[in-house]
Ligand binder design. Structure first.
Ligand code: BTN
Length: 265
């Protein structure tokens, strides 16, 4: 990836104006966190051609070979900790729009994935820092399988992952995708900072197309099976279980199983 060619395509005021592009990093989220503590500005972006210790949800390893887009954005949306919940929703919506523009019809999967043909195209990892009662910053990490073919991934990930190039039938230009993504994401971040996160939540909730679907959700050691009756603000999945009780699984605690719903995506 070339920093100049990415920045030449930016239409943003803040996102990507400070940009660190590395050949190799342990994790772009870790780099963003270190720099955030040293006072890096809102919108600073950290990208790497490869990550040697990429991390996913629940501290799982995230395979990050060359060819993918591994990028983290440092956001300072304002002091209210409640603003942080809307960031991954806004990122998922922005990414979906961009990928469609590149001939990749991705769909959202709860909580934070983009999928195609039932396989994972991209995952998002949000980390928030709270100081006292105030939100100091949010780091939004995006891992997108762009031109890294399935063979580049460790065997345990191969069956469940798919790349944009496989779907589009040709490689995508990483700089163009990264710039489009930042261009689409900034207005939604601005909306969140202006207190309009609920609108983003509603759009995300609709885009998930989950209500009424039967799902199986893992949360810690528990597996919940039932029908989705709602998605609460904050992103929790509200299920009517088979024994007629309801359960709410917060966004940061659950994973959807590869059930019939997921295969439809
Ligand atoms: C998931 O588990 O689905 C989330 C994966 C997030 C991976 C991205 S790649 C860029 C950033 N740096 C990391 O170490 N993780 C995130």
């Amino acid at each position: 990836m070339n920093a100049e060619s990415l920045q030449a395509r930016l239409k943003t005021r803040h996102l990507g104006r400070a940009l660190e592009m590395h050949e190799s990093l342990p994790s772009t989220n870790a780099a963003a966190r270190a720099t955030a503590r040293a006072g890096a500005p809102h919108g600073a972006v950290f990208a790497a051609a490869e990550q040697t210790a990429g991390r996913g949800r629940f501290s799982r390893a995230w395979a990050s070979p060359r060819g993918g887009l591994w990028m983290s954005v440092l956001l300072r949306p304002g002091p209210d900790p409640a603003l942080a919940q809307f960031i991954p929703m806004a990122a998922a919506l922005s990414l979906r729009v961009c990928l469609h523009g590149f001939g990749v019809p991705a769909r959202l999967a709860w909580p934070n994935d983009l999928v195609a043909h039932g396989k994972k195209l991209a995952g998002l990892l949000t980390e928030s820092a709270i100081r006292g009662a105030e939100l100091e910053y949010v780091i939004l990490g995006m891992g997108i399988n762009v031109n890294n073919g399935p063979d580049s991934l460790p065997e345990e990930f191969r069956g469940a992952a798919i790349s944009c190039a496989q779907i589009a039938g040709a490689p995508l230009e990483l700089e163009a995708l990264a710039a489009d993504l930042l261009n689409a994401f900034e207005p939604l971040c601005d909306e969140i900072a202006r207190g309009r996160g609920s609108r983003i939540f509603e759009e995300w909730k609709t885009a998930l197309e989950l209500i009424g679907k039967r799902v199986s959700v893992r949360s810690g050691d528990a597996v919940y099976e039932g029908a989705v009756i709602d998605i609460a603000e904050g992103g929790a999945l509200v299920l009517r279980l088979d024994n007629n009780e309801t359960a709410a699984i917060p966004m940061d605690r659950g994973s959807l199983h590869t059930d019939k719903y997921f295969k439809e995506l």
